[in-house]
Each structure stands twice: as C-alpha cells, then as structure tokens.
Design a protein around this ligand. Structure first.
Ligand SMILES: Cc1cc2nc3c(=O)[nH]c(=O)nc-3n(C[C@H](O)[C@H](O)[C@H](O)COP(=O)(O)O)c2cc1C
Length: 201
C-alpha cells in the first residue's frame, strides 16, 4: 500500500490541494491530509468546497495541532509528502526546522527519513528570504514546484492548467493521473486535447 501525506497551507491556490486529493482518491494510494488554519481560510475564500468536503476526499485526516499524530513519527512509513499549496511561511518553517503545526513536523520527519518531499510554493514576487529557503531545501533533495502554467500544453480552461501542473507533481511520485499533455508523445505534440476531469467544486 502506498501512502502519501498531503499538507495544505494558506497560500492562494487551494484548488491544487483539492485536485490532488481527488486524483489520489481515484488511485490505490492512501492519503493522509493536514489542512492548516490558513489553508481553511483560503479554501473557503477561493473555492466552492467546504473544509468538510475536502476532508472527505482523504483516507485519513489529521488535525494540524496534533503533534501526537502518526505522521509525527519516522517509524510511521510513508512514501513522502507534498505541501500543496505551500505558503512561504511554511517554506520558512520547513527550511529552518522550526515548526509550528503538524504540516511542519510531518515535513521535518520526511526530511530526516530521506523520503520524497515536494513543495508547491506559491508567492510572487519572491524575496531573497524565499529564494534562499528554496535553494537550501532543493540542495537537500526537496522538489520545489511552483504552480506555474505550461502554455505549450495550450490549456483552454483553468481546469486544464491545474490538471497539467497536478500531473507533473504526481509524476514526481511515479503516479500518472493521465492528465499531462506530454511533449513529443504524439505526432502532433502540443495539439492533443488535455484529458481534464470536470471541476466539481
Ligand atoms: C486569501 C489569502 C491568500 C494568501 N496568499 C498567500 C500566498 O499566495 N502565498 C503565501 O505565502 N501566503 C499567502 N497568504 C498568507 C498566509 O496564509 C499566511 O502567511 C499564513 O500565516 C500561512 O500559514 P500556514 O503556512 O501555516 O498555512 C494568504 C493569506 C490569505 C488570507
């Protein structure tokens, strides 16, 4: 059984976390979800999903304040973690090792156990602090994946843009939701319509 930790934090782009959970629900991966207080706020502000609906997409939900959760211990085996979206505050907490909530602790555990960590950092413009934190973590093997659209995929809708980015993140865990328009895969690369699921939110 594959097991993935999904941390949602308070940057704009809450829909990326929702779509990640939907993709995992359709797979055989066990999803463990932590939603920070500020992720709840952005989720309610930016989408038509309720926090309860999003929690319902995960196999296991952990409270952000529960440092006694299974994810707090390296002995609890996982295939890694994605923080999606990842605020620069959480980026800083992970880079410094000074965590406040379970997203930070779980990421700290993933780092110390040398498991895969993917941070979908969203902020603009980026300060030197943000860039240095990203560089520090990238040098430790963390994948820094800002949710930047791929225009070569010729997205027609926001859903298609989201699915392309999401698919590239799933690639990092060896998962394929079938939503990536892959360059050079067909004779008419860049012309194939993206197989996007309808946005349910
Ligand atoms: C509507 C809204 C949008 C925000 N967008 C961003 C953002 O894009 N990037 C970011 O780093 N922080 C953003 N913030 C600020 C974070 O939510 C704030 O720094 C918070 O302390 C992050 O805490 P967390 O990482 O524990 O979720 C936003 C806040 C709100 C309310």
């Amino acid at each position: 059984m594959r097991r993935l930790i999904i941390g949602m934090t308070g940057s704009t782009g809450a829909i990326f976390g929702v779509r990640m959970l939907e993709a995992l629900k359709a797979s055989d991966v066990e999803s463990h979800l932590i939603i920070s207080k500020w992720a709840q706020r952005t989720l309610e502000h930016e989408t038509r999903y309720t926090v309860e609906q999003v929690r319902g997409l995960a196999n296991v939900v952990h409270s952000p304040g529960d440092m006694g959760a299974s994810l707090s211990s390296g002995s609890f085996k996982t295939d890694g973690m994605v923080v999606i979206p990842c605020s620069v505050r959480t980026l800083g907490c992970i880079a410094s090792g000074y965590g406040e909530h379970l997203v930070h602790r779980a990421a700290d555990v993933v780092l110390k156990e040398r498991r895969r960590l993917v941070l979908v950092v969203r902020e603009t413009p980026l300060s030197e602090v943000h860039l240095e934190n990203m560089l520090k973590l990238a040098r430790m093997g963390v994948s820094i994946v800002p949710p930047v659209p791929a225009f070569y995929a010729k997205p027609q809708t926001i859903d298609e843009m989201i699915d392309q980015t999401l698919g590239r993140i799933l690639d990092l865990f060896g998962l394929d939701a079938g939503t990536v328009r892959r360059w050079g895969e067909t004779p008419e690369a860049g012309e194939r319509p993206l197989r996007a699921k309808p946005h349910r939110g």
